[in-house]
Design a protein around this ligand. Structure first.
Ligand SMILES: Cc1ncc(COP(=O)(O)O)c(C=O)c1O
Length: 365
């Protein structure tokens, strides 16, 4: 038994028969950038999420930068987000010369605590970026109400939640714009890098496409300084095939999460699924005592695992000039000390889950 954190090989075996002829077709067709495969995937993704526009780009990090550029984020502006996320969320704020203003997370979902957002809004605040961490929605009703009250843009960082829902709505369809990552290990992953921007806004879509394409709206006519960020045709073709499997894969993740929860309720703080949410368990992350020792015990027993995330962003050296001392965000800091992610993917077997949970329980005996 060789347990994988995410089993790309088992996943590929299920789609190989469809993917291989498609990739060969794209290769022999000679249209590698843009073209019909990209258009087809953008349309399918927009329909799946229930938004008017989907724009392919190179990765989830670029998607964040492009959406913020389209929102007019400039040096000196402030963008509110969570410190308990992957660095891309705040890194892109800083790249644009703006200031990430962090708000602590909720102790149950680990998503931004919407009740704390208003207290940090200033006249420089331009946007809020909630992250749907581990595949579960942030409190979007509260966040959208604040955005309306203060005239702010909301960009959902939906890198981890493609296919998850909030009050029956697909994540990525609620904010003014949303960003997606198709990094291979994501619930919907490419065979390489890929990203997507989602919006219902007919004005923003032109701006987004222009910024992602060197700021040009016609060939060699550059209206603004943009970036070069494309989703390749081969990746788009593969993603369109994988999208057909996504709901089934996500529901299998949910079944696996239930099995883990049943077994681990006495030894860990389990992932909490808010009643309004359809969590897709991009990660199955638990809080435990003696986390670092448990991690070693798991590695010693050939169980892969990961810490998402060991250092909240406000304590990263890269953000030291934002002057958030230790203790600024106590919930994030505590969760970072205790959290550990166990293997999670649709193809985990009962034998694997039993072995993993037995080894966790054994550690606490
Ligand atoms: C929350 C979050 N935002 C953004 C990203 C960036 O996505 P990418 O790796 O495709 O650039 C990730 C990727 O892991 C992520 O988890």
């Amino acid at each position: 038994m060789k347990i994988q954190m995410v089993d790309m090989v088992k996943q590929y075996a299920q789609i190989k028969e469809k993917v291989e002829p498609k990739v060969l077709e794209v290769l022999s067709g000679g249209w590698y950038i843009g073209g019909p495969e990209l258009k087809n995937f953008e349309e399918k993704a927009a329909e799946y999420i229930g938004v008017k526009h989907a724009i392919g780009c190179a990765n989830g990090t670029d998607a964040l930068q492009i959406t913020m550029m389209a929102a007019g984020i400039e040096p000196g502006d402030e963008v509110i987000t969570t410190p308990f996320t992957f660095i891309a969320t705040a890194e892109t704020i800083k790249i644009l010369g703006a200031k990430p203003v962090f708000v602590d997370v909720k102790p149950d979902t680990y998503n931004i605590d919407a009740d704390l957002i208003e207290s940090v809004i200033t006249e420089k605040t331009k946007a809020i970026i909630p992250v749907h961490l581990y595949g579960q929605s942030a409190d979007m009703d509260k966040i959208m109400a604040i955005a309306v009250k203060y005239d702010l843009k909301v960009i959902e960082d939906n890198a981890q939640g493609f296919g998850a829902k909030y009050k029956g709505k697909q994540l990525g369809s609620i904010g003014h714009m949303a960003t997606v990552s198709f990094y291979p290990a994501k619930n919907l992953g490419a065979a390489g890098d890929g990203g997507l921007i989602l919006t219902n806004d007919d004005e923003l879509v032109g701006k987004l496409r222009m910024i992602a394409n060197h700021g040009q709206n016609e060939r060699y006519k550059h209206q603004v300084v943009g970036v070069n960020s494309r989703l390749d045709s081969i990746q788009a073709a593969i993603l369109a095939i994988k999208l057909e499997y996504l709901d089934e894969w996500n529901s299998r993740r949910r079944i696996n999460a239930e099995k883990y929860k049943k077994a681990l309720s006495e030894v860990a703080i389990l992932p909490y699924e808010d009643k309004d949410n359809y969590h897709i368990y991009h990660q199955f992350s638990i809080q435990v005592k003696n986390r670092d020792e448990l991690q070693k015990h798991l590695f010693d027993n050939n169980i892969p695992n990961a810490i998402h995330y060991p250092i909240p962003l406000h304590l990263q050296v890269a953000f030291k000039d934002n002057n958030y001392p230790a203790g600024s965000f106590p919930v994030s800091e505590k969760v970072a000390e205790n959290i550990i992610s166990l293997p999670m993917h649709p193809d985990l077997t009962d034998e694997e889950i039993n072995y993993i949970t037995e080894k966790v329980i054994e550690f606490y005996k």
